[in-house]
Write a protein that binds this ligand. Structure first.
Ligand code: CA
Length: 221
C-alpha cells in the first residue's frame, strides 16, 4: 500500500521507511508540515503517519488540513511521550490512532495494517478498476457513465464490489440484498444485474459485471 510518512527526524524516518518498504509498501516521506499536507492533498494514500512537532509547524494543523481534504484516510499520530498532552483532543481532531516513540517496528506495522483495513471498510467511495460507487449518494460511475441507483441495485453492486474478484452466487446475492426468505427459484438477481449493466456498461467494452456460468456473478478486481 502507499503510505505517507510526515517526520522530521531522519533516523526515525529511515527506520520506518526501511521496515515498511521491506514489507512491500511504498513510502513517501515529508520532513515538514507544509510538504506533508501538500503531499497528502496531491496523492492518494492508504495510511498517513504523522509526527506532531515539525520544524515549520504543528502536526495538529496538518491533521486539520488532511481531514478537510481527505476525511477517509486513516491518520496515525506517531509522537514522543509528552508531545501528546491530550490524546482525547487529538482523537477529536480526527486522528485514528496514536503510537508513542520509541516504538517497536512490529507494533507500527500492525497498526498500519489495522488502520488500513478500517479505512477501507469506512471508505465512502468504493473503487474497483474504473468503477466507483459513492455509498452516500448511491451514484455509480464507470468511465463517462454515471447512474443514480435505487436501493436494491445499489445494494447488489455494493456487495459485488466489496467482493471484487470473487464469484458471488445468486443465492448469496439474494441473501445479502433481498433477505433469506426470498424464493431461491426467483430470477430477480438476473433481472437486477441486467438493470445495472444497462446503466453502466459501455459499448465495445467488457461488461461491468461478469457472468460466471453455473456459478454466479463477479465484478473483476
Ligand atoms: Ca518531530
Amino acid at each position: 500500500m502507499r503510505i505517507l510518512l510526515i517526520e522530521d527526524e531522519d533516523g526515525i524516518a529511515s527506520f520506518v521507511t526501511k521496515g515498511l518498504t521491506a514489507e512491500g509498501h511504498s513510502v513517501d516521506r515529508a520532513a515538514g508540515a507544509k510538504d506533508g499536507a501538500d503531499l497528502a492533498e496531491s496523492r492518494d494514500y492508504e495510511v498517513v503517519l504523522l509526527d506532531l512537532v515539525l520544524p515549520d509547524g504543528n502536526g495538529r494543523d496538518v491533521l486539520a488540513r488532511i481531514r478537510a481534504h481527505t476525511p477517509e484516510v486513516p491518520v496515525i499520530v506517531v509522537s514522543a511521550l509528552g508531545e501528546v498532552d491530550d490524546k482525547v483532543t487529538l482523537l477529536d481532531l480526527g486522528a485514528d490512532d496514536y503510537l508513542t516513540k520509541p516504538f517497536a517496528f512490529a507494533e507500527l506495522s500492525a497498526r498500519v495494517r489495522a488502520n488500513a483495513r478500517q479505512g477501507k471498510a469506512n471508505a465512502r467511495t468504493l473503487l474497483v478498476g474504473d468503477l466507483s460507487l459513492d455509498t452516500k449518494t448511491r451514484v455509480a460511475k464507470r468511465g463517462e457513465r454515471a447512474a443514480d441507483l435505487p436501493s436494491k441495485e445499489f445494494a447488489l453492486l455494493e456487495h459485488l464490489m466489496r467482493h471484487a474478484g470473487q464469484v458471488v452466487t445468486r443465492q448469496q446475492l439474494l441473501d445479502a440484498v433481498w433477505g433469506f426468505d426470498f424464493d431461491p427459484g426467483s430470477n430477480v438477481v438476473d433481472v437486477y444485474i441486467g438493470y445495472l449493466r444497462r446503466k453502466l456498461d459501455e459499448p465495445g467494452r467488457p461488461s461491468t459485471i461478469e457472468t460466471v456460468r453455473g456459478a454466479g456473478y463477479r465484478v473483476p478486481a
